[in-house]
Design a protein. Structure first.
Length: 160
């Protein structure tokens, strides 16, 4: 799927809904960031990202006034992995939701669970359940990441 961005403007907020493969062909829209208090990146429909996509993202995000808050929503594991590796992605920003992978051995199925600010995490901690019922067969599914590595981008302790 070719990269595309849906732009939704509302008062002092602009939402950018990213779709597809974030690579060397990806172009982010030019917007006047100084007119927005919040710039929302909805990354839930990104299928892949490569190093050129990451560079494009950093360059684009650093052009805005530091008073504009960048908010990341619906971040899939591929985006969380980049946030953990490239600290610049989180400058002047906040993560409001991201997906955490769980794995069900009986189904041999991986599934993402949405973690939201104010529910599973906040500015002081992230609360993680090591197991959850599988949505398909109700067997016990296990957290499919190494906690100390995966949640590092939040910069807060992990509790169970």
């Amino acid at each position: 799927m070719k990269f595309k961005v849906d732009v939704i403007e509302k008062e002092k907020r602009v939402s950018l809904i990213l779709h597809g493969h974030f690579d060397e062909h990806a172009v982010l829209p030019e917007i006047d960031g100084s007119q927005y208090q919040e710039i929302i990146f909805d990354t839930g429909k990104i299928l892949s990202i490569n190093s050129v996509g990451v560079r494009t993202w950093i360059k684009w995000a650093t052009q805005y006034n530091p008073s504009s808050l960048i908010i990341y929503m619906h971040c899939p594991k591929i985006i969380v992995d980049q946030m953990n590796m490239v600290g610049q992605l989180l400058k002047n920003s906040r993560v409001d939701s991201f997906f955490t992978p769980y794995f069900c051995e009986p189904c041999n199925m991986s599934f993402p669970v949405l973690f939201s600010r104010g529910k599973e995490f906040n500015d002081t901690q992230v609360t993680v359940s090591s197991t959850l019922p599988c949505p398909k067969c109700q067997a016990t599914a296990e957290l499919d990441v190494i906690e100390k590595n995966y949640f590092k981008f939040l910069g807060v302790p992990v509790s169970k």
